[in-house]
Design a protein around this ligand. Structure first.
Ligand code: AMP
Length: 586
């Protein structure tokens, strides 16, 4: 198939705004395309060479493409730049200048050849790659007609932008190859299972709907994730779920789909179907060690956790980690855990048509639970009251709410769909801790990385007047300025350092240094939660757990005006916690 034919269709598509007309033009183009190049044509039409998860990007920098175009046109870069300023589009510039020069295609280009040459361009890497890319584009533009050059340059710079959506292409494929809209569900299912439009088009063209219907998940090919609906109250949820559901903690992190191939290779895909394997070498390691099936596809949430205790940390911590360039450093500063919540495939069995309880049962056997890889906390509930109680527990443990899952036999895994089989219920109504608290500094942990040589975080305690002790409630590492870290804190705290815990301090967490309880600072937190790490009001709300302040932040105020016995008391914190619970939705 000639590339010039494709380009003619692109030019028409570009000049229409009617979706119907775009569909018709595409249908005509696809109908003329031989099956063996259809896949490549589909990628090219979307301005790429592969499905997104493959991670081969075309995006040649415009600066380099400009040089290539100038060389191909035998023009100066300055000339090309001037024209570009007028058109705003390097593709149009290339076309115009070539036309002006009376340039003609050296020879007809086929779609297959164009694809291959663009692929070479996209893949050239390493030293000398820039020069190579420029040269490849120069040759390609030189061989092309002015009109072809327009689209080649746009494609090479990642700016084809015909605006053809995945869904439009699915419609068109149904129309051309399967007799119309009634075939759409089968085609869409195939797309949801493979995330690869080129593959779907080729399989359909070569093997018909039957071939598509028989497609199975395959490790290495990401599946489009199932999504959740939302409702505002436990009673509505229970009604929708028909009286019973599996309630799970809603973890606030990054959703991932983990694939282990039969050859042992592990890949991690994001919710947007991008390959993010390289971001989580620590997760890879625990999957390698603790996942039992040889090949599998499962889903979970990567969450930031407190080193040592494994308590959940806020989403922002995970974002901090993702922004770090040195992965090893990031792993140490922001440890994560992978909390698994669904299983789609294991050892040649496709579990997507199985009901959720079955998938969860297989998942729980597939994973050897460790602090770095574990199962989402779950409880099967049968009343709005039990759901509410579970929700409160989830929030107290640092989750952002719950995801309720249908447990009927119809509750299959619906790839790419937002349906009522999953319903989320979040703690959006809960206001932040209304008041600041004044806490006593009883210990500190050494800083790491940028904070090396100073305090990384302070162990803070509330006062318990009955026992006359200070009970730890939180570890606070934010809100401190450089001046605080380098001068104000050391000046106050160094004279109070102790080699062991002060007898009036009660803490399960053991810091790097202890202090005489003396310095009082003002702190604001997001909320008060229950935690097994801290000892204030231990056992009062839940056996084995005390009260803790979540996401504490130093306000900048040293309460030198307060004695440690004037700090916020454990009873006051307990009262704040009760008030907070009353604010939760009924
Ligand atoms: P949302 O992103 O707000 O639509 O909520 C659904 C998201 O919750 C999923 O995409 C997951 O990233 C996340 N999530 C956290 N915990 C769970 C869980 N136990 N089951 C399913 N999804 C979960």
């Amino acid at each position: 198939m000639r590339y010039s034919e494709v380009v003619k269709a692109y030019a028409e598509i570009e000049h229409t705004t009617s979706r119907q007309r775009i569909g018709d033009l595409l249908a005509a183009l696809i109908a003329r395309t031989p099956p063996e190049v259809l896949g490549r044509l589909v990628y090219l039409t979307q301005g790429k060479l592969y499905p997104d998860f493959v991670g081969v990007e075309m995006g040649l920098a415009e600066r380099l493409a400009l040089r290539a175009v100038a060389r191909a046109l035998d023009a100066s870069e300055e000339q090309v730049r001037k024209n570009l300023a007028a058109t705003g589009d390097l593709g149009a510039t290339a076309e115009q200048v070539l036309r002006r020069k009376g340039h003609r295609a050296r020879r007809p280009l086929s779609v297959g050849e164009v694809y291959e040459r663009l692929d070479r361009l996209a893949r050239s890497a390493g030293p000398g790659a820039q020069g190579q890319k420029i040269e490849l584009l120069r040759e390609l533009v030189g061989d092309a007609s002015p009109e072809e050059a327009r689209y080649l340059v746009r494609t090479a710079t990642g700016k084809l932008r015909l605006g053809v959506a995945d869904m439009t292409l699915l419609d068109v494929l149904a129309m051309v190859y399967a007799g119309g809209k009634q075939a759409r569900p089968v085609i869409e299912r195939a797309y949801n299972l493979t995330s690869d439009l080129g593959l779907v088009a080729t399989e359909l063209a070569e093997g018909g709907l039957e071939r598509l219907a028989a497609l199975k998940p395959q490790p290495g090919r990401p599946i489009r994730p199932m999504l959740a609906q939302r409702l505002g109250s436990p009673s509505e949820i229970m009604q929708r779920m028909g009286g019973a559901c599996a309630a799970e903690y809603k973890y606030d992190g990054e959703r991932v789909q983990v694939h282990r191939l039969a050859d042992g290779q592990v890949a991690i895909f994001s919710r947007r179907i991008e390959d993010i394997t390289h971001q989580y070498p620590d997760v890879l390691e625990s999957v390698r060690k603790h996942l039992r099936p040889r090949s599998a596809i499962f889903e979970g949430e990567v969450v930031a956790v407190e080193p040592g205790t494994g308590e959940l940390r806020p989403f922002q911590e995970l974002m901090h980690r993702k922004r770090k360039h040195r992965v090893q450093e990031a792993i140490e500063a922001y440890p994560v855990a992978l909390v698994a919540f669904d299983l789609l495939y294991a050892d040649s069995v496709d579990y997507t048509p199985h009901p959720y309880p079955k998938r969860r049962a297989v998942l729980s056997k597939a994973i050897e639970s460790t602090p770095s890889l574990c199962l989402a906390t779950q409880e099967v509930v049968r009343s709005a009251e039990t759901l509410e109680r579970f929700f409160l527990k989830a929030v107290a443990d640092g989750a952002e709410g719950v995801v309720c899952k249908n447990v009927s036999e119809h509750a299959t895994y619906r790839a790419g769909a937002r349906e009522w089989l999953w319903i989320k219920y979040k703690r959006e109504y809960v206001s932040a801790m209304a008041d600041t608290v004044d806490l006593v500094v009883v210990g500190a942990l050494h800083g790491r990385g940028r904070r090396g040589g100073t305090f990384g975080s302070l162990l803070l305690a509330a006062y318990d007047p009955e026992a006359d002790v200070f009970r730890a409630v939180t570890k606070c590492g934010s809100g401190f300025s450089d001046q605080d870290l380098q001068q104000d804190l050391p000046r106050r705290l160094e004279p109070l350092e102790l080699p062991h815990r002060h007898p009036r301090v009660d803490s399960r967490l053991v810091p790097d240094v202890w202090f005489v309880p003396e310095v009082v600072i003002e702190v604001i937190g997001a909320e008060i939660t229950l935690s097994p790490t801290h000892t204030a009001a231990l056992g009062q709300f839940r056996p084995g757990s005390g009260l803790a302040i979540r996401f504490p932040r130093f306000t900048g105020r040293y309460r030198d005006d307060k004695r440690p016995e004037d700090a916020t008391t454990v009873a006051e914190l307990a009262e704040m916690y009760r008030r907070q619970l009353r604010q939760l939705p009924q």
